[in-house]
Design a protein around this ligand. Sequence first.
Ligand SMILES: [Zn+2]
Ligand SMILES: [Zn+2]
Length: 121
Amino acid sequence: MIRVFESKCINRRLRKCMITDKGAACEICGITEGLDLHHVDGAGPHLTENPNNYPGNLQVLCHKCHIRLHCGVIQKHQDIITRRKAGEKLQSIADFYGISRQRVFQILQKNKNQSCKTSRG
Ligand SMILES: [Zn+2]
Ligand SMILES: [Zn+2]
């Protein structure tokens, strides 16, 4: 199950407080509109189920990054970047993820430019 919308269940006031407190910008792409709160520990969606609504466990994300994060896309891209930085060959990374070398290259390029900001829709 992908829990994309858990932040909707967070008490409105807390949500506003948190977003204001943390700088009112997506922590991934820096966008300032349509912000959500994400539970880093991924635990239950409701305040009563997830007592862990502390600043350290909450991340301000825009809706798009939030969805992407839950879909694992960002994590995968981060892993690819990490592997590349560690000196792994493009082909070897491509084989690992079952994607083309060209695709790995694109991901590396794209993430340099924080494309999340521009590719809305
Ligand atoms: Zn974002
Ligand atoms: Zn979330």
